[in-house]
Design a binder for this molecule. Structure first.
Ligand code: NAD
Length: 368
């Protein structure tokens, strides 16, 4: 029997969530729970003006629910910008599953999550993110068609990470051209933080081009394996941000570009795969501008994975996906130039383009 206390608590909780949603105008947030499988997930849909909200599912051992909610709200908003700036007819969404993927991830849990995705009727389409692989998407696919990034053996596009890494590489080269006058990365000291699915693929491109690559990851085994496979140097110091580097490539989690790290960084370029690299877009965007560090907007240069899964929705072709990811080079060049010409931060320059597209399409839709 419900106590009189319950409705009040629920009202308070939902009140604060809706308040958080209203800050960046999120459309919908869905909380998912299943005691049998241990599934605790949040799906956030930020904006569907351009199309269904597509964004990966992240599995992470968040310290608490507030942290998970904050992450999914930030990530889903980033997806709106990523799709818009890449010219894709997609909205922005993201999901997080709370828990350690190595401990609680299972087929029943992923299939239960798939049922929740299905219940949204295509308004949200999922894919992989940190802690989630193509095998997991296979389980999700058993319960819903609103999933991308499924294995090639099932007619999908497989792991999007190699295409993401290629796009980051293109964005980094365009940033080098802007900062140094040449896009060659040969001899450049590049620090890759996070040697996961994207990081390791990026390291391969960089080493192939003759860059001096240093790597760091909290998983020591992975780090040693990557160094062995690629010839990159393992970072041995105490503080990543004090390392000697020309280019910093954050490829782990977000918010690593903050007041503390910016004060220490001696690089001239930041270009990496991690989402939401700037802890605070305004404050840290401006700090980078003042310090003369070129920051390649994350949602622009890491869009290769989204470009890849988008093409899965329209009949997958890896060559087309790679060629579309290559366009990140020209777009990055254009945004860096605009930011310089208008004396604005690169994040503002990039967001302006994305917001303009959403506003224009929004007007067309409203006129029907
Ligand atoms: P992943 O889980 O395969 O790799 C992340 C790696 O970062 C792991 O090896 C982990 O051990 C490491 N890591 C975590 N915290 C760290 C820390 N403090 N210092 C050093 N290493 C740390 O994930 P991924 O798919 O390679 O994605 C990496 C980043 O790129 C994420 O922010 C993700 O959201 C973003 N991204 C990925 C894709 C994609 O296609 N996979 C697309 C766009 C953006």
């Amino acid at each position: 029997m419900a106590t009189t206390q319950e409705p009040k608590e629920i009202a308070q909780a939902s009140g604060s969530v809706i308040k958080q949603m209203s800050i960046n105008n999120h459309e919908q947030v869905v909380f998912c729970n299943d005691n049998e499988t241990g599934l605790k997930a949040i799906i956030a849909i930020h904006n569907t003006v351009l199309g269904p909200a597509l964004g990966g599912t992240r599995m992470w051992a968040y310290n608490n629910e507030a942290e998970a909610l904050n992450d999914v709200l930030r990530l889903s908003r980033g997806m709106t910008y990523k799709a818009a700036i890449s010219g894709l007819n997609l909205g922005g969404g993201k999901a997080v599953i709370i828990g350690d993927s190595k401990k609680i991830k299972s087929e029943p849990l992923m299939r239960r999550f798939g049922k929740f995705v299905n219940s949204l009727g295509g308004k949200y389409i999922t894919a992989e993110d940190v802690g989630i692989g193509t095998k997991d998407m296979e389980y999700v696919k058993m319960e819903t068609n609103h999933v991308t990034g499924i294995p090639e053996s099932m007619g999908g596009s497989g792991d999007p990470s190699p295409v993401t890494a290629y796009g980051v590489y293109m964005g980094m080269k365009a940033s080098a051209k802007f900062a140094y006058g040449s896009d060659s990365l040969e001899g450049k000291k590049i620090f890759v933080q996070g040697i996961g699915n994207v990081g390791e693929n990026l390291v391969k491109y960089l080493v192939n081009e003759g860059a001096k690559v240093t790597i760091f990851d909290i998983h020591e085994e992975k780090l040693i394996e990557c160094a062995k496979n690629t010839g990159a140097i393992v970072f041995k110091g105490n503080d990543v941000y004090e390392a000697d580097m020309d280019i910093y490539a954050p490829c782990a989690l977000g918010a690593t570009v903050n007041s503390d790290s910016i004060a220490k960084l001696k690089c001239s370029i930041i270009a990496g795969a991690a989402n939401n690299q700037l802890e605070d877009e305004l404050v840290h965007g401006n700090m980078l501008l003042e310090k003369g560090i070129v920051w390649a907007p994350d949602f622009l240069i890491n869009a290769g994975g989204l470009i890849n899964v988008y093409s899965e929705l329209h009949g997958y072709n890896r060559e087309v996906a790679m060629s579309n990811a290559q366009k990140i080079y020209d777009l990055t060049s254009s945004i860096l130039r605009t930011a310089q010409d208008e004396s604005i931060t690169t994040i503002v320059a990039a967001k302006n383009i994305a917001e303009k597209r959403i506003a224009e399409i929004g007007k067309i839709k409203l006129s029907f």
